[in-house]
Design a protein around this ligand. Structure first.
Ligand code: ADP
Ligand code: MG
Length: 406
């Protein structure tokens, strides 16, 4: 059993340490997309309105502690949490106490000065090299700040770091309450529905695309156990087509995955559906010739960039009677306008369905859906790229969530 924040008793006056995912895209210190901050607001507001003293912490970007001091200083400057504190203050319409360190007297003083219903944000957790190593000393420093721990950073829940794992582990041993926030609760509920399949959700159709078969083997294996159909597009389709001895030209292909792809395809007994045509070009960037193949016969010197119109029709039909859909990975090189049609068509097909539970997991897929304006047409678009995939791969078990179990 994992507690929800609504099951926490007596929040008034309590120091609640909340792991949020404020890993927002920054450019020259400007936040380009504040969605991750927005997604954390319900939990923060609930805690504040119940009189808690809220201490927020999150990682932001990457800091490579093995680099030289100059490089590390540069990375720290780039990934300073200060702009996030400012934006959070605007969104909450509250003064956010920002503490620009991750430990020590200044942090302790900041926490002790908090009044009921006030919020503090500490500096980027990755300023600490022990964060990603789940260092015990660091975990106990952070744990010592809190009466209660709340996990709401779904996008980081697949990582057993100090802030996501070490801290709740210690607090639990001390008999202090740990709970999941609203965002984690929502993500877990929706993704678990794709993992533990109810018969009323069949036919259950998965759509897989994106770059590499090797990145997604565990996802494919897991979905094969659960789904009625798996539609495969994107670059990874060409490894499958090559395994079936089709001509794929210079399309991306992982030769070391051919055996896997063949076994997988044969083992699926017709449940894996591959493209039957492709949009191909003579070059990945700056192409001069573009054509649509008739069937899976890509001419030498050409590479597949998107699924073709017949495949779009076929995939759309397969989706038309689905009761549940899980989608990961774009159907083509959607970053280039010439090769967006496949990914857009899948969005369109899903948008038209009634009574279908549709979930998208995966960083690039979610970005494509957002760019094309379809986010609202899905039942759920996960905020966690890697985390949503690991939910599927590991049957709903992520370290940062499992540690919250009582
Ligand atoms: P996600 O982040 O949703 O899990 P991936 O990271 O696996 O998805 O894949 C996304 C990338 O796959 C995109 O950058 C897209 O351009 C690329 N891609 C899709 N189809 C092709 C293709 N036919 N050739 C090359 N790259 C492709
Ligand atoms: Mg990706």
């Amino acid at each position: 059993m994992i507690k929800t924040i609504e099951q926490l008793e007596n929040l008034n006056g309590k120091k609640v340490l909340v792991r949020v995912d404020f890993n927002v895209p920054l450019k020259n210190g400007e936040i380009r997309d504040d969605n991750r901050i927005v997604q954390a607001l319900p939990t923060i507001k609930y805690l504040l309105s119940h009189g808690a003293r809220v201490i927020l912490f999150s990682h932001l970007g990457k800091i490579k502690h093995k680099e030289t001091p100059d490089v590390i200083a540069e990375q720290m400057k780039k990934n300073n949490m200060a702009p996030v504190a400012k934006r959070l203050g605007e969104l909450l319409n509250l003064n956010v106490h920002f503490v620009d360190v991750t430990r020590g007297d200044k942090l302790i003083a900041g926490v002790n000065a908090l009044k009921d219903g006030e919020v503090l944000l500490m500096q980027n957790t990755r300023y600490e090299k022990g964060e990603e190593k789940n260092d015990t000393e660091l975990s106990s420093i952070w744990a010592s700040l809190a009466d209660i721990y709340v996990m709401d950073a779904f996008g980081s829940a697949h990582r057993a770091h100090a802030s996501t794992y070490g801290v709740p582990e210690i607090l639990k041993k001390e008999g202090k309450p740990v709970a999941m926030g609203y965002l984690v609760e929502k993500e877990v509920k929706n993704l678990n529905r794709c993992v533990f399949v109810d018969e009323k959700d069949r036919p259950y159709v998965a759509i897989l695309g994106g770059l590499k078969v090797s990145d997604k083997i565990k996802v494919i294996d897991s979905l094969l156990k659960k789904c009625d159909k798996i539609l495969i597009g994107g670059a990874m389709a060409y490894t499958f087509l090559k395994a079936l001895e089709k001509n794929i030209g210079t399309s991306p292909c992982e030769l070391d995955q051919l055996d896997y792809a063949r076994r997988c395809y044969e083992g699926s007994r017709g449940r894996i559906v591959l493209p039957c045509d492709s949009v191909v070009t003579d070059k990945f960037e700056g192409w001069t010739e573009k054509l649509v193949t008739d069937g899976n016969n890509i001419p030498d010197g050409f590479e597949g960039m998107d699924i073709g119109p017949k495949t779009i029709d076929h995939f759309t039909k397969e989706l038309s009677n689905a009761k549940m859909i899980f989608w990961n990975g774009p159907m083509g090189v959607f970053e280039q306008t010439d090769f967006q049609a496949g990914t857009r068509a899948i969005c369109e097909a899903i948008a038209k369905l009634n009574n279908c539970f549709s979930v998208c997991g995966g960083g690039d897929s979610a970005a494509a859906i957002k760019e094309f304006g379809y986010t609202d047409k899905f039942s759920h678009v996960s905020t966690g790229g890697g985390a949503s995939l690991e939910m599927i791969e590991n049957d709903g078990k992520l370290p940062g969530i499992v540690i919250l179990e009582e």
